[in-house]
Design a binder for this molecule. Structure first.
Ligand SMILES: CC(C)(COP(=O)(O)OP(=O)(O)OC[C@H]1O[C@@H](n2cnc3c(N)ncnc32)[C@H](O)[C@@H]1OP(=O)(O)O)[C@@H](O)C(=O)NCCC(=O)NCCS
Length: 148
């Protein structure tokens, strides 16, 4: 394995990143990850999402965006063969740096309660737990209660 390079994610990375997400445990790939939706996400949040590349192989990916007020990170994944080398930390820290450059003061991530390794990772790299919070959602366009 050579030196890992980091680059803004663009649509030329889409197929490789989607494959990585699909092959990575605890990453739930869905309709919001379609080519069209990711293209729109990247256009709305230019330069914030990243890939990690080893040679020509995408070995890491992270989606990052903000709404002008708060940042959000999604789908951090590192190829199983490249873990433990600081790639995950580097991707997350680069995102925080980009958010800081855009004057965003807080960034959120959703971690599945049963993702013990994921939780240990975020703890280790210094993320804080949000206490007393319930995550809620509503499917847009559906009547209240549908799909819950
Ligand atoms: C979580 C994940 C991104 C970590 O990537 P990684 O490149 O292996 O992490 P790093 O090498 O940057 O680790 C950073 C620090 O976290 C620690 N860490 C990483 N995984 C850990 C684990 N499972 N348990 C405890 N500590 C862990 C490392 O030891 C390191 O600490 P150090 O800098 O003090 O040595 C990777 O395991 C992964 O893709 N997991 C599956 C997808 C996932 O769960 N993503 C998060 C969704 S919320």
């Amino acid at each position: 394995m050579g030196e890992i390079e980091y680059a803004p994610m663009d649509m030329s990375h889409y197929d490789a990143v989607l494959r990585l997400w699909e092959e990575t445990e605890n990453i739930a790939v869905g309709e919001s990850d379609s080519r069209e939706n990711i293209e729109r996400y990247l256009a709305r949040n230019p330069g914030l999402s990243l890939v990690a590349i080893d040679g020509e192989v995408v070995v890491g990916g992270i989606l990052c965006g903000h709404d002008g007020r708060r940042g959000f990170i999604w789908h951090l994944a590192v190829d199983g063969n490249c873990r433990g080398r600081g790639v995950g930390r580097e991707l997350a820290e680069r995102c925080l740096k980009s958010l800081a450059d855009e004057k965003i003061e807080k960034c959120y991530i959703i971690v599945l309660e049963n993702n013990e390794k994921g939780k240990a990772f975020w703890d280790r790299i210094g993320w804080c737990h949000a206490s007393g919070v319930r995550l809620m959602f509503h499917l847009v366009g559906n009547e209240c209660g549908e799909g819950c």
